[in-house]
Design a protein around this ligand. Structure first.
Ligand code: NAP
Length: 387
């Protein structure tokens, strides 16, 4: 990658990149497995020193034009000589659409400002190099942290070959996820549950353990109030069930025409039950592990091979603990209700071995606190380098 000198960005640069990030965010329910990308094209007319936006666009979904092409085709004026702001390095390869570097060069753009380099191996610096070699001024790194956070699912997948894992749970003030009798409906209020539906709609997969399916009989579908069915991609539902205890009438096995169901199981599962589930259109995947515990990395690489970038982990406590103990969780979403449940045996979302000293505890980064109805949502990153 050609060297980049230190760049002094102007307030205009920051404003246009913020706009490009806003546009990118519009694709958050539909772009996967592609990244969220926004683009703004800006021109300064000789008679007016104030730069103005002449075109903008964002990537909507796989197979649709990339943000740069959308922005170029929306231009109100000839883009020749203008500056293009884009939240991710332009692609330089033939995927579902032709290279964006060709479109940028063809349009006579003079300067390209890029928030962050693409982690995808077929691009990763090559798009930047092509533009520089063709004489364009290319500045990389403006609002980089925000751009990477927006595309954290995509970055994590391409940097680690693992999906981004968001652990979500509903907890009492004393940290319990259920009563000692196993009841958890409903710890949090209706506003929190509506909030969860929107976040499920952003994920590629909602995953739960068989304990939760047997206790709560959830459907695990995304039913966001503010989105119509064509405004998001229904997440696939995945269940970890080593011995295929799932009842054939379970709610999660319904509606699999609109949202696929995958059950991960062990080689010890009953072949007759496998057949019964397959007859209902369920995909049964045998992974490594035993009758109590499936190999989580094997589960995750099977999901990644199917194009999954993100997993929304919905429990229960044993599954949460297993993912946390193996350091696989990237983000926590803890909805805390103002109630006390008590009971030494009532589960918390993180049991495991624990640490001996507070110094060894894990601390969240980029923490957000939100009031949702009567509940409080604490959200943060557990395991990821933004830079
Ligand atoms: N408040 C909340 O946010 C929330 C969310 C979900 C659930 N819950 C509550 O949590 C309770 C159910 O949770 P749970 O802990 O009993 O069950 P769970 O975590 O949903 O499922 C645990 C089961 O998953 C299977 N499994 C497969 N691979 C595993 C692995 N690598 N590590 C651990 N387990 C693996 C095992 O099945 P086998 O049993 O076949 O060995 C294990 O018993 C219910 O009371 C439910 O209401 C609360």
């Amino acid at each position: 990658l050609s060297e980049q000198k230190h760049i002094e960005y102007t307030e205009h640069d920051r404003r246009f990149m913020r706009r490009a990030l806003e546009l990118a965010e519009r694709g958050k329910f539909t772009t996967s497995p592609n990244p969220r990308v926004g683009c703004v094209i800006v021109k300064t007319a000789p008679e007016n020193p104030e730069p103005i936006i002449i075109g903008e666009g964002f990537h909507l979904k796989k197979g649709a034009p990339h943000a740069e092409r959308e922005a170029l085709s929306s231009c109100q004026d000839n883009p020749s000589g203008s500056t293009l702001y884009v939240t991710l390095e332009p692609c330089c390869h033939f995927g579902s659409t032709p290279p964006c570097t060709d479109a940028i060069l063809g349009a006579g753009i003079k300067r390209v400002v890029i928030a962050t380099q693409d982690p995808y191996i077929n691009v990763s610096g090559r798009g930047i190099d092509i533009l520089r070699r063709n004489g364009l001024q290319v500045d990389v790194g403006l609002l980089e942290e925000q751009a990477r956070y927006l595309n954290r699912f995509f970055f994590h997948r391409h940097q680690t070959c693992l999906p981004w894992i968001t652990l979500k749970c509903a907890s009492s003030l004393d940290g319990k996820l259920a009563t000692t009798a196993g009841e958890s409906k409903w710890i949090t209020g209706p506003e929190s549950r509506a909030h969860v539906h929107e976040l499920r709609a952003e994920a590629d997969t909602v995953l739960a353990g068989i304990g939760t399916i047997l206790a709560d009989d959830p459907s695990l579908t995304a039913r966001p109030e503010k989105l119509s069915h064509d405004q998001f991609i229904p997440p696939m539902r995945a269940i970890l069930d080593p011995l295929l205890k799932i009842p054939l009438q379970a709610r999660v096995l319904q509606h699999h025409d609109t949202s696929k169901v995958w059950i991960f199981t062990s080689s010890q599962a009953d072949p007759e039950k496998v057949q019964q589930l397959q007859n209902r259109g369920v995909s049964v995947r045998t992974v490594e592990g035993d009758q109590h515990s499936l190999n989580l990395r094997d589960v995750l690489s099977t999901l990644v091979d199917d194009g999954v970038l993100s997993v929304f982990l919905e429990g229960g406590p044993q599954i949460h603990t297993a993912f946390l103990e193996q350091n696989l969780v990237n983000e926590l979403l803890i909805y805390i209700a103002p109630i006390l449940i008590g009971g030494a045996d009532a589960p918390t979302f993180y049991m495991g071995h624990g640490v001996a000293t507070i110094q060894d505890s894990r601390r969240l980064e980029r923490i957000e606190r939100l009031t949702v109805g009567e509940d409080t949502l604490i959200r943060g990153i557990l395991n990821w380098q933004l830079k």
